[in-house]
Design a binder for this molecule. Sequence first.
Ligand code: ZN
Length: 294
Amino acid sequence: MLGGIEAGGTKMVCVVGCDPDHLLSQTSIPTTTPSETLSSIIAFFRDSQQHFEPLQAIGIAAFGPIDVNPLSADYGKIGLTPKRAWQGFNWVQALQEAFGLPVYVDTDVNGAALGEWKWGAAQNLDTFLYLTVGTGIGGGGMTHGNLLHGRFHPEMGHIRIPHDWQRDPFPGCCPYHGNCLEGLASGEALYQRWGQKAQFLPADHPAWELEAEYLALSLTNFIFTLSPQRILLGGGVMKHPGLLENIRQKTLHYCAGYLPYLADEIETLITIPQLGDLAGSCGALALAASGCGR
Ligand code: ZN
């Protein structure tokens, strides 16, 4: 039996089980201070162990920036997040102290990618991306069967894309870069630019044409850079009807016929995750199952 935590900025989704079809218990805990949130998480797993059987490992798919290198002394430690109370909090240390078990951590998007690879829309692939477009934008994935790490971890939401200031005078909302991808196309950017949350913007609002363009520009960069076999687009903003198809068509347009296979494969190349709202927490289970996922 394994434990999984999807550690998000507003809530922590905790699950116990071995895969998405066999979850024994789950709960959602508000993200407040580390000490308060952690004691609720520990209570949930202790209670689950009493009702079922002992946990063998715990995986965490966490908001970042976070140290995800198992060889680092700071493995599991959160960096300079805007959620200041969580700066310096170390997931691995805290949960190992509480349970004396192996604890594995990766980014929320790498966790979700691993879950989709094990049980969802990326099965049998070895090079793919998972991009979430929600309040922020984050990307993770695999190359050659290994989760993308590198010197730190990918921060695909912060790439630069062309920005036509005349058409879109909004300066962007990223506190670091202004008009990076996240600054222009995240749910927060939609809210700040248009004054309404994404779910309340009507289908014919010009917001959606611009949104599809920005996301298609970013996917074009990712396709040319990493040559993924699939790109999974998750997150709340992607729930808007028609957005996915618009992104596909615009990505084809920006790739401009350069990749001969693209037109025939666009629907399978750019698609949605299968695990839905369970992607993060089951991704955390997948991390627990496969060690650190490397
Ligand atoms: Zn940025």
